[in-house]
Design a protein around this ligand. Structure first.
Ligand SMILES: *[C@@H]1O[C@H](CO)[C@@H](O)[C@H](O)[C@H]1NC(C)=O
Ligand SMILES: *[C@@H]1O[C@H](CO)[C@@H](O)[C@H](O)[C@H]1NC(C)=O
Ligand SMILES: *[C@@H]1O[C@H](CO)[C@@H](O)[C@H](O)[C@H]1NC(C)=O
Ligand SMILES: *[C@@H]1O[C@H](CO)[C@@H](O)[C@H](O)[C@H]1NC(C)=O
Ligand SMILES: *[C@@H]1O[C@H](CO)[C@@H](O)[C@H](O)[C@H]1NC(C)=O
Ligand SMILES: *[C@@H]1O[C@H](CO)[C@@H](O)[C@H](O)[C@H]1NC(C)=O
Ligand SMILES: *[C@@H]1O[C@H](CO)[C@@H](O)[C@H](O)[C@H]1NC(C)=O
Ligand SMILES: *[C@@H]1O[C@H](CO)[C@@H](O)[C@H](O)[C@H]1NC(C)=O
Ligand SMILES: *[C@@H]1O[C@H](CO)[C@@H](O)[C@H](O)[C@H]1NC(C)=O
Length: 554
């Protein structure tokens, strides 16, 4: 889901093309509609340098508005709007449609809603008016260099290569080779990477989402990359061997532990869309394994029962992650659901880990609970059974915010944590058990990712939603509800640490929350590789030097 966030970020930053002289007495970027916006002729000149014609993205929903363009297909929009793969293929679509809209300072919303009955005319919103359909590295270079960059759609960079013996570029010949590495182009979604690696008898740690449509070499990895398997294998950033990237200068360079090591440090967690256009990521892979899953559901008939069960659940987190278990749970004041997985666990060990908790819940809820244990021969078998279908995670307006729960607080104050979680207003809170274990074993200073990941045990993920077409007043009420809940979570997460990929665009102190004490170093590296601030994303490294529209320096 976060992937889409970064697509949005790219679109709102890179479309600002500074062609010709900058407006007098200002270093503001030139926006679509401004007199300084390049002429059609100069876009034709760009087209001549590219393998594909320049794109003029429109919101895909525009196909439902008369007069619909000949290429638009409204029935395709209506049947595919919640399909992440389909959305990824539409130049004008974000995964979450609220990021296609633009809210003017006076609260007017420019959007193109799928529901034509709302009676709102279709507008461009935040969809970039110009884009490049990058099929080759040369296309990316030309887009970045012309003359100050345009929105790059790099989904077609779908190369996957497998190296039984991988030697990072520039590594001394004496250095150890890495067996069974895979290199993924920036347009590869996780489900394709999983199948590719499984065919070679290997496992790769990646994002877990319905349909597996999160990009394998995009925002997910540059923002840390979490997974239910992170307690066994570490975060995504802990599994990277090499990146290739097109810099603002147009240079295409290779980054790893032997060359451009400062940028290698920054790209592992310092945020997407900030340092250049990443064109590929090389990951280590792991031997395949059989997998066990514990699923538990319970209903709460009173607050006391909820408090008792959630306290026990929070208290269990450190020990479960130490044993390599991770997963996704949700809690509300009336119900609880847990799904945890781990590699290579015998039925006996799974029972030993979860039965004490299941027994506790059964007793506390007076039998209003169920537990099931299952095993799968491989990760891909589990993925197909569990995530090939499910409630759609994209296609609707959603806004999230989160906090990383430290292992120390979970172990020492589980009752207080449970009380705060159960006091949040509105709906369901996700507890993502995607840290601890192997994640905690990595030196926090070894890479740019938020240091709090190394002491965390889970992510507390809160979302709000609203019906398509809601006025800004309704959206702002939801934003405020999210902020109030974040304040409550701050009482149990004193460092306010947050996973940027599922973070809020309204984060109060984004430097502290998303980057912690790595911010200054990340910013120095960004300034070195992108001295003209070509790549700026909201709440990303260096964005503090720009106004809220990322248009003018402050
Ligand atoms: C429009 O989309 C629908 C649903 O995906 C598909 O069945 C139909 O063939 C498409 N029509 C055209 C003209 O492409
Ligand atoms: C909001 O601002 C836009 C752009 O300046 C303007 O077109 C629109 O009429 C304004 N709406 C209201 C309700 O003031
Ligand atoms: C579309 O909007 C109309 C008018 O507000 C509303 O009555 C209808 O329920 C909406 N349809 C959907 C599918 O949301
Ligand atoms: C894709 O892989 C082929 C062969 O490995 C290589 O020649 C080509 O440059 C790659 N393309 C991209 C865009 O990485
Ligand atoms: C799981 O077991 C297989 C086969 O014994 C082994 O190759 C693999 O390393 C194990 N993986 C983990 C994570 O324990
Ligand atoms: C998998 O489950 C089956 C039946 O539920 C059980 O007989 C078998 O021992 C389990 N295998 C492992 C490796 O846990
Ligand atoms: C599971 O563990 C519990 C103890 O927590 C034990 O009573 C029970 O017999 C075990 N069941 C199996 C099938 O091993
Ligand atoms: C079972 O739950 C009751 C409260 O409903 C509690 O008093 C008792 O200690 C619990 N028993 C166990 C074994 O946890
Ligand atoms: C919880 O309550 C729902 C709705 O009443 C019911 O369908 C479900 O089976 C219950 N779950 C458990 C584990 O008791």
């Amino acid at each position: 889901m976060q992937l889409l966030y970064y697509l949005l970020l790219l679109s709102t930053s890179i479309i600002h093309v500074a062609a010709g002289p900058t407006p007098a007495a200002s270093q503001c970027r030139c926006l679509y509609g401004d007199p300084c916006w390049p002429s059609q002729n100069s876009f034709s000149a760009l087209s001549d340098q590219l393998s594909q014609p320049v794109l003029h993205p429109v919101p895909p929903e525009s196909a439902c508005y008369p007069p619909s363009s000949p290429s638009g297909n409204c029935s395709a929009v209506l049947s595919n709007f919640d399909n992440g793969d389909w959305r990824a293929d539409q130049p004008g679509a974000m995964q979450l449609p609220n990021f296609q809209t633009y809210i003017l300072p006076n609260g007017t919303i420019e959007a193109c809603y799928m529901n034509v009955s709302l009676g709102v005319p279709c507008e461009q919103g935040s969809v970039p008016p110009i884009g490049v359909d990058a099929r080759t590295i040369e296309d990316v270079k030309n887009a970045v260099c012309w003359p100050r960059g345009v929105h790059v759609m790099d989904a077609p960079l779908k190369n996957m290569t497998y190296d039984q013996e991988f030697v990072p570029d520039g590594a001394p010949s004496s250095s150890e080779r890495v067996s069974n590495a895979v290199t993924l182009g920036s347009g590869v979604p996780w489900h394709e990477a999983y199948d590719f690696v499984q065919e070679r008898g290997r496992f790769i740690l990646g994002g877990i989402s319905v349909g597996g449509t999160v990009g394998a070499a995009g925002g997910w990895i540059m923002g840390a990359g979490h997974s239910a398997f992170a307690p066994t294998f570490g975060l995504g950033v802990d599994n990277v061997l090499q990146f290739t990237i097109v810099l603002a200068s147009g240079q295409h360079i290779t980054i790893n532990a032997y060359q451009n090591t400062d940028l290698f440090w920054a790209l592992r967690g310092g945020g997407g869309g900030t340092y250049g256009v990443v064109t590929s990521v090389t990951y280590r892979t792991h031997p395949i394994f059989s997998l066990s899953m514990a699923v538990l559901a319970a209903n709460f008939s009173s607050t006391d029962i909820a408090q008792s069960v959630i306290t026990e659940f929070i208290k269990s987190q450190p020990a479960w992650s130490n044993k390599g278990w991770g997963g996704y749970s949700s809690i509300s004041t009336s119900a609880f659901q847990l799904q945890h997985v781990a590699p290579n666990v015998s039925t006996t060990d799974m029972n030993a880990t979860f039965s004490p908790f299941a027994d506790y819940v059964s007793n506390a809820t007076q039998g209003a609970s169920q537990v099931a244990y299952q095993n799968f021969s491989s990760f891909t078998e589990w993925y197909a059974a569990t995530y090939s279908q499910g409630p759609p995670q994209v296609g609707y307006p959603i806004l999230g915010a989160n906090r990383l729960l430290s292992r120390a607080v979970a172990a020492e104050n589980p009752a207080q944590v449970a009380e705060k979680l159960l006091s949040l207003n509105g709906g369901v809170l996700g507890i993502l058990s995607v840290a601890g274990g192997a994640v905690s074993e990595v030196d926090p200073s070894s890479m740019g990712v938020l240091p709090a990941w190394r002491t965390a045990v889970a992510e507390l993920y809160n979302t709000v939603a609203w019906p398509e077409g809601s006025p800004n007043s309704v959206i702002q009420e939801q934003v405020q509800a999210l902020e109030r809940n974040t304040e409550i979570l701050n009482e149990i997460t004193p460092d306010s640490a947050s996973y940027m990929n599922e973070g809020s665009l309204y984060e109060k102190d984004f430097k502290k929350s998303f980057f912690g004490d790595h911010y200054t170093n990340l910013k120095d590296i960004k300034s070195k590789y992108d001295p003209t601030s070509l790549f700026v994303v909201p709440l990303g490294v260096g964005s503090d030097e720009w106004d809220s529209d990322l248009r003018c320096p402050v």
